[in-house]
Design a protein around this ligand. Structure first.
Ligand SMILES: Nc1ncnc2c1ncn2[C@@H]1O[C@H](COP(=O)(O)OP(=O)(O)OP(=O)(O)O)[C@@H](O)[C@H]1O
Length: 249
């Protein structure tokens, strides 16, 4: 057993003959940002999918606050405080910005309760706070499909914020952002970390990784090759060679 917010032990996943995740151990330490770094196809998103119950592992265990989650459906794991974003965002395009955030709460959060004025006010307050922190208040009534690219990315962050989850799994949340939006994103994540949120970040931009991550787990072809402080990992010539495509034999 462990007191860590999130721990992964001996995780394995094959898709047909392809080993996507191989014997991965990973500990997310409380209140820091841990980055998963590795080339395309290294298994990073699959690890998120295994943690959140979106796909079942072939072997291994995921512990949330020390509790095994094997066999639980995704919304149950989300209610334990695990909030995630997807590369493809998965917004409801025809719904308003506000309703997108509300839907995230109602599907996954511990704030959700079936009824009652107090519960409804708590949900509305959580939505308002999330829109405020992501700079989307003025767009609350816009359709998600009508948002600009960066605004959609921030909407995805607002959905996470509103759940009140204390463990965030962020899958390339800053990809494609312009420099101004990227700086806003970095400051949003920093303030969450300062609030004690535990974050696991999949990110290809190593500048953002350096800015946000206290630890890096480096993956390649499903296996964790190294874990440590960013300075150590990002200065390792072998890992950097793998990252930029100089394949090992
Ligand atoms: N549902 C699936 N069915 C079959 N193969 C899959 C499935 N999901 C992922 N894979 C394969 O598993 C491997 C790991 O994929 P994954 O998306 O986890 O990598 P990644 O490190 O997140 O890559 P990227 O940085 O490109 O997003 C890849 O070879 C991918 O094609």
């Amino acid at each position: 057993m462990t007191d860590l917010p999130l721990s992964v032990r001996g995780l394995n996943k094959k898709f047909g003959g392809l080993t996507a995740v191989q014997d991965v151990d990973l500990d997310l330490q409380a209140g820091i940002c841990t980055a998963l770094v590795g080339p395309n196809g290294a298994g990073k998103t699959t690890i998120f999918n295994l943690i959140t119950g979106n796909i079942p592992p072939d072997a291994g265990e995921v512990l949330v606050n020390g509790k095994p989650v094997r066999g639980m459906v995704p919304h149950r794991i989300a209610r334990m405080g695990v909030a995630r974003s997807f590369q493809d965002l998965r917004l409801f395009g025809r719904m308003s910005v506000r309703d997108n955030v509300l839907a995230a709460i109602e599907h996954s959060a511990w704030l959700w309760q079936p009824g009652g004025g107090a519960a409804r006010r708590a949900r509305e307050a959580a939505v308002d706070a999330a829109l405020d922190r992501t700079g989307l208040t003025a767009l609350a009534d816009a359709r998600a499909a009508d948002l600009a690219y960066a605004e959609r990315k921030f909407l995805s962050m607002a959905r996470i914020l509103a759940t009140g989850g204390r463990i965030w799994l962020l899958d390339e949340p800053a990809s494609g952002l312009d420099p101004h939006s990227r700086a806003r994103f970095v400051s949003l994540v920093r303030s969450a970390v300062a609030d004690g949120v535990t974050i696991c970040l999949i990110e290809h931009n190593l500048d953002i990784v350096t800015e946000l991550a206290t630890r890096i787990a480096f993956l390649d072809r499903g296996a964790k090759l190294a874990e440590g402080e960013p300075q150590a990992i990002l200065r390792d010539p072998e890992l950097i060679g793998i990252y930029f495509g100089e394949r090992r034999t």
